[in-house]
Design a protein around this ligand. Structure first.
Ligand SMILES: Cc1ncc(COP(=O)(O)O)c(C=O)c1O
Length: 394
């Protein structure tokens, strides 16, 4: 059978590919340190597990409304009011099967063939593929390392054409961990308003910020920006709930209604039990979220210092998420490797440390390390990377 044209150009997720290879080596008995994972290593907090168990015992195991149960939508609107000072009604919220499916559905309802979406590069791997699946065209704008991997208003303006529908803002970012300030967001937002471009604001790492800066949603800045923004968020990273698959989108009523219609014909609803678990997450204490954040901060401080001490590795310190995105160009060149991909492959083969090459994120001089693993493992990984770089000094 001939597969449909639309899937032929799909690039499999590089993150998942490296994680699979590391797992296979582990299964063969190798002592592999996986720094590829895009998920927190903590268990889901027990009060959330209890809520899920209760939901099962109470028979909450049936279809729910396509866009999510009203109680969960209420808790999301309360969260947005509490954390961002933003007011939404339940008709402006859709609960989805992870933030990923919120984005997927959003692009499906937003894009016609040839519509362009501006994607700052480096980018999270699924954005371009999801845009293409909706027959849209990703337009990459290079977020320069020298500008902390952030795009400028001029760059944004230059990338806008009559076909531009939206721009993606992912702050804090996967893979760079960088975060836009309120002033930077306002300047980008002004360009969007001027050209009537929608903003897809992916705020999934909102709770994982390690500086004194507050997270700002671009929708907070003005009523006009509120009306031009669809916020994407969820419990996966904040509450260590990646496997539960609960995310949400918040935005203009018409967009959310179209997304709910699509969900009714695709997922029917996000898993009922997981919705009750997410309800507990959004209504419960944030003590555990803070504990996880503190552990991440300690790891960031240690791993960042260890990395920048290695000759040939340069790395700006990120503000949030749980990734470091160092530039390894010099180490690759002085080691005589053809490119970063072959450097990463050799590192896995020789030292059994799994990183993700930056090429998959649109940044071929960098690698992504996730510090969602124990401090002990991170220290060991840093030792091995150092030894690898030293062994390959030409
Ligand atoms: C930037 C970004 N957006 C969205 C997602 C998807 O989150 P979820 O697991 O809730 O689908 C991820 C997950 O890695 C991410 O890094």
């Amino acid at each position: 059978m001939q597969l449909a044209q639309r899937v032929k150009s799909l690039t499999p997720s590089t993150t998942l590919a490296i994680t699979a290879k590391a797992k296979a080596l582990k299964a063969e008995g190798h002592d592999v340190i996986g720094l590829g994972a895009g998920e927190p290593d903590f268990n889901t907090p027990s009060y959330i597990l209890d809520a899920a168990k209760r939901a099962m015992d109470e028979g909450k195991t049936k279809y729910t409304p396509a866009g999510g149960i009203p109680e969960l939508k209420n808790s999301i609107t309360a969260k947005l009011e509490r954390d961002q000072g933003l007011t939404y009604t339940n008709e402006q919220i859709i609960v989805t099967t992870g933030a990923k499916h919120a984005l997927y559905t959003l692009f499906q309802v937003m894009l016609d063939e040839g519509d362009e979406v501006i994607v700052p590069a480096p980018y999270w791997v699924s954005y371009p593929e999801q845009i293409k699946l909706a027959q849209g065209k990703p337009v990459f704008v290079s977020a320069e390392e020298s500008n902390d991997f952030k795009i400028t208003p001029d760059q944004l303006r230059q990338a806008i054409t009559s076909n531009t529908k939206a721009v993606i803002i992912n702050s804090p970012s996967n893979p760079t961990g960088m975060m836009y300030s309120k002033e930077e967001l306002k300047a980008l937002g002004d360009v969007c308003i001027e050209h009537d471009v929608m903003i897809v604001s992916d705020e999934i790492y909102e709770k994982l910020i390690y500086t004194d800066e507050d997270h700002v949603s671009i929708a907070q800045i003005s009523d006009e920006l509120y009306n031009h923004t669809v916020i994407i968020n969820g419990v996966s990273k904040s509450h260590s709930m990646t496997g539960w698959r609960i995310g949400f989108a918040a935005g203009p009523k018409a967009v959310i209604k179209a997304m709910s219609n699509m969900a009714s014909h695709s997922t029917s609803n996000p898993t009922s039990i997981a919705q009750y678990a997410a309800l507990a997450a959004y209504t419960g204490s944030e003590e555990k979220v803070t504990e996880m954040k503190e552990a991440f901060k300690e790891r960031l401080d240690v791993l960042h210092q260890r990395l920048i001490d290695i000759p040939g590795i340069e790395c700006a310190k990120p503000s949030g998420a749980f990734y470091l995105f160092p530039n390894v160009k010099k180490a690759v060149e002085s080691g005589g490797f053809e490119d970063v991909d072959s450097w990463v492959k050799a590192l896995l083969d020789e030292e059994k440390v799994a990183l993700v090459p930056g090429s998959g994120f649109g940044s071929p001089e960098n690698v992504r390390l996730s510090y969602a693993t124990s401090l002990e493992q991170l220290e060991k990984a840093a030792d091995r990377i150092k030894r690898f770089v030293e062994n390959h000094q030409s």
